[in-house]
Design a protein around this ligand. Structure first.
Ligand code: SAM
Length: 246
């Protein structure tokens, strides 16, 4: 725990409403005043994520289509708002290299713990180490200095939930109260478009306006979300520039 605390600059605050607990299995985030909400943790090896990898939509998943996984094309991705790494894991399990950036120290610690356990897995450790990595940083600064440039920059900033709180999944409520809204998210679009070689993909709830008010050049829609797709800054706006590979 001390190593994690040092790595992510975590400090002890007995008055905090949430706590990080290192159990014999994993690092968990718990809400002290609402224990019934359950713990948040990252598990790529078992549970929901493993089930999604084995039995989910694979290349048919909307995030894969939006990023441009098609035929032999396996885009190199920077996920600049990694969160709990779910979208990044879907893309990595399909074969994409994904560099995850996460700025919140507690979220980054949970993600690092989940990654460390996956790296040790006999079944998936090899490809996970090669394809999925984490940098604890703010993408607002980091996107200006990424080498090599990725094919795709993926953005999924927090957006205020419209549903009544009782309808929002318990886990999502804990996560939202930890991270809050990413009010500065609009500022990510320009550096993301400057960095991406092929496209920028922005995940939004279906009711949310486009990031920075900039209308997307293409979209992939699901029941509750849409993936707004933007051409890179230097590319002409046109359908051909959204095709991968060009
Ligand atoms: C909605 S969550 C992402 C969920 C993720 N796509 C997944 O599948 O688990 C948004 C995350 O982006 C992070 N974030 C927002 N702005 C960021 C920035 N400028 N740099 C790095 N991380 C950022 C937040 O801390 C939060 O953890």
């Amino acid at each position: 725990m001390t190593a994690l605390a040092q790595r992510f600059g975590l400090t002890d605050d007995q008055d905090a409403t949430m706590e990080l607990v290192l159990t014999s299995e994993r690092l968990e985030l718990r809400k002290r005043d609402e224990p019934k909400l359950g713990a948040i943790f990252v598990d790529f090896v078992g549970g929901v994520m493993d089930h999604r990898r084995r039995f989910g939509g694979g290349r048919g998943e909307a995030v894969a289509k939006a990023v441009g996984v098609r035929g032999k094309a396996l885009p190199d991705v920077v996920d600049a708002t990694a969160g709990l790494g779910r979208d990044a894991f879907v893309l990595a399990s399909l074969g994409c290299r994904v560099r995850m950036f996460e700025r919140h120290p507690v979220v980054a610690a949970l993600l690092a713990d989940g990654l460390d356990r996956a790296y040790k897995s006999v079944e998936m450790g090899g490809w996970m180490r090669e394809r999925l990595t984490l940098l604890h940083c703010s993408s607002l600064d980091a996107l200006a200095n990424v080498q090599p440039r990725p094919d795709v920059v993926y953005l999924d900033p927090m957006y205020p939930h419209r549903q009544k709180s009782a309808l929002v999944k318990k886990e999502m409520r804990v996560f939202q109260s930890l991270v809050g809204a990413d009010d500065d998210a609009d500022a990510l679009l320009v550096p993301a478009r400057a960095l991406a070689v092929r496209r920028v993909v922005v995940k939004r709830p279906d009711y949310a306006p486009p990031l920075a008010g900039i209308v997307a050049h293409a979209q992939v829609s699901t029941k509750n979300h849409r993936f707004d797709i933007y051409t890179p800054a230097e590319a002409p706006i046109g359908r051909h520039s959204l095709t991968y590979p060009a």
